[in-house]
Write a protein that binds this ligand. Structure first.
Ligand code: ZN
Length: 162
């Protein structure tokens, strides 16, 4: 089922999420979030963006260039962030039309629970690392605009508000 995506500045996008509990409702939510992400189209979607204030996000960094590789990350936990940073452009399905230049770690190690209930760990690099950090921010009530200086934020919003 396609879910409506909240638009910034909806206050729910600024609230930290609660731990997720893996049950049938959460499995259904994850399936709907993937469907909604692919339809948007996007490469990542967090639960608060569809108004579910739980620590869960979905992503697929491969599907626009090849076979789909859907990932569901429940209660993700950052184990390590690289000191090496990179600045890159990021869009957000909740802030359509805005591309923000955000600084992120080039790599991170994450631990999360999958839909099968198994806790797994992986090292994410490149676009997957950027996407995961963007979605992790959503779980803490942070959007790209919150990571910009006031000048950069005004510039990023200028095109949209004009
Ligand atoms: Zn976003």
């Amino acid at each position: 089922m396609l879910l409506p995506i909240l638009r910034w500045p909806d206050p729910r996008l600024s609230q930290p999420c609660l731990p997720a509990v893996l049950d049938d409702d959460l499995r259904a939510l994850a399936a709907d979030m993937l469907e909604t992400m692919y339809a948007a189209p996007g490469r990542g979607l967090s639960a608060p963006q569809v108004g579910a204030m739980r620590r869960l996000f979905v992503m697929d960094v491969a599907w626009k260039d090849g076979p789909a590789d859907p990932m569901v990350l429940i209660n993700p936990e950052v184990l390590w962030l690289s000191d090496e940073l990179a600045l890159g452009p990021e869009g957000c399905l909740s802030i359509p039309g805005v591309v923000a230049e955000v600084e992120r770690s080039r790599a991170l190690r994450l631990r999360w629970t999958g839909l099968d209930g198994v806790r797994v760990e992986a090292l994410l690099e490149g676009f997957a690392a950027v996407c995961a950090q963007h979605e992790l921010d959503h779980l803490d009530g942070i959007v790209t605009l919150d990571r910009l200086s006031s000048d950069a934020r005004a510039t990023a919003l200028a095109g949209v508000l004009a």
